[in-house]
Design a protein around this ligand. Structure first.
Ligand code: NAP
Length: 327
């Protein structure tokens, strides 16, 4: 598809009070998009709205909860009333909870689905009548590497992201030829507030599986995707394309590493009591794009990529040698 000019387009961005959603709104605004930002924390949205307006970006803020149908309808209604149109929906709002599957409270599991999966669907259904009437529109979903992969302690989150990708891929087929596009961005670990917001059953602060990227990397991918819609994008090499190839070719490697060390990798030696985190109510702290743990420095990511590529090369050579010997 030809590159689209984003100037004057209107986007709804959910989850805009922190992390990827915040930064995506900033980058879309820079690209000339008019914004309708939403999340539960009204004060954080106001802060972002002021920052955007100071840069000359038109923006309205409509607080709401993605699990409440009335709130979702209200966001879309106010966007249409103010701008008369919506061109792009960035589905971003998401939560996670750390715990062994059988120790996670059942309410955490259902709530994660209600936000991560049904929240995306609610917003898509709310904008679709408008998209269908105009014969154009774009639903851009912030997915995860865990939409395809798996990790211990995050079974409910991973299941919700798999479900959301499955829904999005089916929707894409249904909408073929209608002018409405569906895109997905498979996000690796990013240094957002998600880990400071998430409940944990372990009494230790959760942390992302390394390496961790800058949320701005995802925000820039959002803008690229908005310009060229209709794709499922893996925006990074190391914790993206390389990991997917490795899982495809040698699934036992990832299984071995994550099975043995995956749980440990996701906890910091910092005591934390956070039973419900931001699941049922927003947490006042953790506003803005960045969380407490900085992204992994570039040189470390490059060294890790080189190590992983060497491992894959070694495995391929070994498999080829064994195949030849067996002939
Ligand atoms: N961080 C990562 O490593 C990572 C990796 C892969 C994918 N992702 C995906 O990236 C997206 C954004 O996550 P993030 O890292 O930016 O985390 P974050 O900083 O915690 O942001 C999550 C956003 O979702 C909003 N939200 C949560 N529950 C909500 C609800 N019930 N209703 C409305 N808004 C709600 C939060 O705002 P309020 O609390 O103000 O409502 C916040 O704005 C998620 O879809 C996540 O799955 C993140």
């Amino acid at each position: 598809m030809a590159r689209q000019d984003l100037r004057g387009k209107v986007a709804i961005v959910t989850g805009a009070s922190s992390g990827v959603g915040w930064q995506a709104a900033v980058r879309l605004g820079e690209a000339g998009v008019k914004l309708c930002i939403t999340a539960r924390r009204a004060e954080a949205l106001e802060q972002l709205r002021h920052e955007l307006q100071a840069r000359g970006v038109e923006c309205i803020a409509v607080p709401g909860d993605v699990t409440v149908q009335g709130d979702v309808d209200q966001v879309v209604r106010e966007c249409l009333t103010h701008y008369g149109r919506v061109d792009l929906l960035v589905n971003d709002a998401g939560v996670q909870s750390y715990g062994l599957f059988d120790e996670l409270p059942w309410e955490h599991i259902t709530r994660i689905f209600d936000i991560n999966c049904f929240g995306f669907m609610r917003f898509a259904r709310a904008v679709m009548p408008h998209f269908r009437a105009r014969g154009s529109g774009h639903i851009l979903n912030i997915q995860s590497m865990l939409s395809k992969g798996s990790a211990p302690l995050l079974s409910a989150y991973s299941a919700s992201k798999h479900a959301t990708l499955g829904w999005a891929k089916s929707l894409e087929l249904e909408l073929m030829g209608t002018g409405i596009q569906v895109s997905n961005i498979l996000v690796p670990s990013v240094a957002s507030n998600m880990f400071a917001h998430a409940p944990t059953m372990f009494g230790l602060a959760p942390q992302p599986v390394p390496p961790t990227y800058d949320p701005d990397m995802v925000a820039r991918a959002v803008v690229r995707c908005a310009r060229r819609p209709g794709r499922t994008v893996v925006p990074v090499f190391l914790q993206g394309k390389l990991v997917l190839w490795l899982n495809e070719l040698f699934p036992w490697v990832g299984r071995f590493i994550m099975g043995h060390w995956g749980a440990r990798m996701q906890m910091r030696e910092e005591p934390v009591e956070r039973r419900d985190g931001n699941l049922f109510h927003a947490m006042p702290e953790g506003v803005g794009p960045y969380g407490p743990v900085p992204p992994t420095p570039r040189w470390k990511r490059i060294s890790a990529a080189a190590g992983l590529a060497a491992l894959m090369g070694g495995l391929l050579v070994g498999v080829a040698g064994l195949t030849r010997a067996a002939r």
